[in-house]
Design a binder for this molecule. Structure first.
Ligand code: COI
Length: 371
């Protein structure tokens, strides 16, 4: 579905009369964790077949009232994004590659037969919400404001003969520290052989809630086996590594001047992550060639045993760059390198995070200043 021609829609600002008091907010910002603290406001924009995008607002954060027969409850027509705003070294606030998120949001929308949102509206919603809730942008080292735009189908009715004719776009914001707890620590992963995440022609490339709903059974198995996250294999042969939980995955081959990084190629079933894409550019500029290919579980295990694979890490907006220390599966367990974060992982993380927090030059024009 095409975007309606309303990219310059004005937002109505409705300030909250019940904003969290400053001392309480400061307390909530000390150790926010991931995704459990929310700011005072949210952005909403409605869409209907008749009016296109309309009724754009910044309004108090709060429950959304929907008819129980709204399409999203029954058929899961929902998409989302994740990006962050960072306090910069000079005290200003900036976000990372918001236009790339807007473009991916629209690719997800197209796959789920939902209306595309003009990129300028997507970015404007972010600018206005962060300006309104500026006091919630964390300043502590490694903390940030996680932005979660999403869209749900709101048409009332249980028929499935056509996609919903009404949708609600919402943007909420959540101050966060680490996704896997306070410090960066290597995670242990479980290889899912019972379930797969995405098949060719399915929705694997889209960032839609349904992909995550279908992943929880595998994630629960990972937890039951004492692991942090599940690793997905390809649906056709169950041999090749695709993704880890809601994150992409990179393999470091060789070490020192010979180090190079490889990530599974996107073949329609895995997410085009912003961090993944950024590392494919950053790696070569730091002297670490980067490429997309494929790797089987057998080669992963053999590569770790021979030392050819020296490090493996996961990456995503939420997880940033997280080292993987060990792998478990029904067939056994193996350790990657010495099980701790490797030099290449740390170097890439420092560079990426340095750019995001304005401590290193933004050679790529990735940072988008906010107020
Ligand atoms: C992100 O990295 O922004 C994600 O979407 C992962 C999330 C599902 C926790």
């Amino acid at each position: 579905m095409n975007a309606s021609p309303n990219p310059e829609l004005d937002f109505e600002i409705r300030a909250s009369g019940a904003a969290v008091p400053a001392d309480q907010r400061a307390q909530m910002l000390v150790a926010p964790g991931f995704g459990s603290v929310f700011t005072d406001h949210m952005a909403t924009i409605r869409w209907s077949e008749e009016d296109g995008w309309h009724d754009a607002r910044i309004e108090p954060y709060g429950p959304i009232t929907l008819d129980p027969a709204a399409a999203v409850f029954h058929y899961g027509q929902e998409i989302f994004e994740g990006l962050k705003a960072y306090t910069q070294a000079d005290g200003s606030v900036a976000t990372f590659r918001p236009h790339a998120n807007a473009a991916r949001f629209n690719r997800s929308a197209a796959r789920l037969a939902m209306p595309e949102l003009p990129e300028s509206l997507f970015v404007r919603a972010i600018e206005l919400l962060v300006a309104q809730d500026r006091a919630w942008v964390p300043t502590a080292d490694g903390h940030s404001l996680y932005l979660r735009p999403f869209m749900i189908a709101t048409q009332i009715g249980l028929g499935v003969s056509k996609p919903s004719s009404q949708h609600l776009f919402t943007l909420i914001a959540s101050p966060v520290s680490g996704y896997f707890g306070g410090k960066v620590r290597p995670v242990t992963v479980w290889l899912s052989e019972d379930y797969t995440r995405a098949a060719p022609g399915g929705t694997g490339e889209a960032k839609c809630g349904g992909n995550y709903a279908a992943a929880f059974a595998g994630q629960q198995q990972a937890l039951d086996h004492g692991c942090d996250q599940v690793v997905w294999l390809d649906a056709a042969e169950r041999r090749y590594v695709e993704e880890m939980g809601g994150m992409n995955i990179f393999f470091v081959y060789g070490s020192g001047a010979d180090a190079r990084i490889m990530t599974p190629a996107t073949s329609g079933s895995l997410l085009h992550g912003m961090t993944r894409d950024s590392l494919l550019k950053l790696g070569p500029d730091l002297g670490v060639p980067a490429y997309e290919s494929k790797i089987s579980v057998a080669d992963w295990r053999a590569g770790c045993a021979s030392g050819e694979i020296s490090e493996v890490f996961a990456c995503g907006t939420a997880a940033v760059i997280t080292p993987i220390g060990a792998v478990r599966s029904a067939e056994g367990e193996w350790v990657i390198g010495d099980g701790s974060a490797g030099l290449v992982t740390n170097m890439l993380r420092d560079e990426l995070v340095g750019i995001q927090y304005g401590r290193k030059p933004d050679r790529y024009g990735w940072m988008h200043p906010l107020r």
